[in-house]
Design a protein around this ligand. Sequence first.
Ligand SMILES: NC(=O)c1ccc[n+]([C@@H]2O[C@H](COP(=O)([O-])OP(=O)(O)OC[C@H]3O[C@@H](n4cnc5c(N)ncnc54)[C@H](OP(=O)(O)O)[C@@H]3O)[C@@H](O)[C@H]2O)c1
Length: 291
Amino acid sequence: MPAKILDGKALSETMRKEISIDAAKLQAATGVQPGLAAVLVGENPSSQIYVRNKQKACAQAGFASWLHQLSASTTQSTLLELIAKLNADPAVHGILVQLPLPPQIDESAIVRAVTPTKDVDGFSPENVGLLAAGHARYIPCTPHGVHQILLRNDIPIEGRRVVVVGRSNIVGKPVALLLMQKARGANATVTVCHSQSQDLPAVTREGDIVVVAIGQGQFLKREMVKPGAVVIDVGINRLPDGKLVGDVDYGPVSEIASAITPVPGGIGPMTITMLLYNTLQAARLLSGNKV
Ligand SMILES: NC(=O)c1ccc[n+]([C@@H]2O[C@H](COP(=O)([O-])OP(=O)(O)OC[C@H]3O[C@@H](n4cnc5c(N)ncnc54)[C@H](OP(=O)(O)O)[C@@H]3O)[C@@H](O)[C@H]2O)c1
């Protein structure tokens, strides 16, 4: 039987409606409109598309949003000054600095400069630490999207073997932290693999759930997946012919998996949805409101 398609686009639409209703309730009760400031440095075309999509999603959810577009030659101190202003601005609840940044800017210095209560990407050391300790304030958006797509499709996680391929700070590591938490809807037995892992196919075949985030098109082959496994594809890659593909060899893998996320239309839209979710959380937190 072909795999169930885990439709991130449809789930995103449902969740964005829920978020916009909650945002309207917050605004009606307190006058606070959730606000997200996006900072884009340089002209990376993918970054421009990502930021544009995030702004569009904010407008649709009834959030305020601002775009600060800086030239590729911007210095680190200019960017730090802007972040200090956004940190101090009460209308701004979430700050998003689109990565990657140009080489003259130290990314980790910028990530650390965003005040943790406005760090809706969840990348600051404080927020990473809270997630690792099991008291997450803002869960990083892509890992949160992975978790939500599993939960909202009633895919059992507790006690199951999850194999995460990729150990980046923005996807692989936080996905592992999230799914191994001692909490309902998590409690998985998690293995994390990377480029130095030996006999990767033997490890991925053990996964009841396999999450792939490596940035290599169609890497996870059918023979690397246990029949009936759930496959979550985080990758976004462009083939030489321009076609967009994930890190999973979708056609053959979907013949033996029980459920699979497509690319596009899987984790991509969920990432933006969870950014809206975190921005709403930030607005509640910063306005001291529980609505
Ligand atoms: N859908 C979304 O919203 C979204 C969001 C973020 C990222 N992405 C996509 O997800 C993918 C991963 O992004 P990222 O930022 O996590 O990438 P990254 O920072 O480049 O990390 C890649 C990870 O994959 C591992 N890796 C690379 N080749 C491997 C191989 N052959 N076997 C096993 N592990 C391997 C690397 O291992 P080492 O640590 O040993 O180098 C590293 O841990 C990209 O395609 C990116 O575009 C999508």
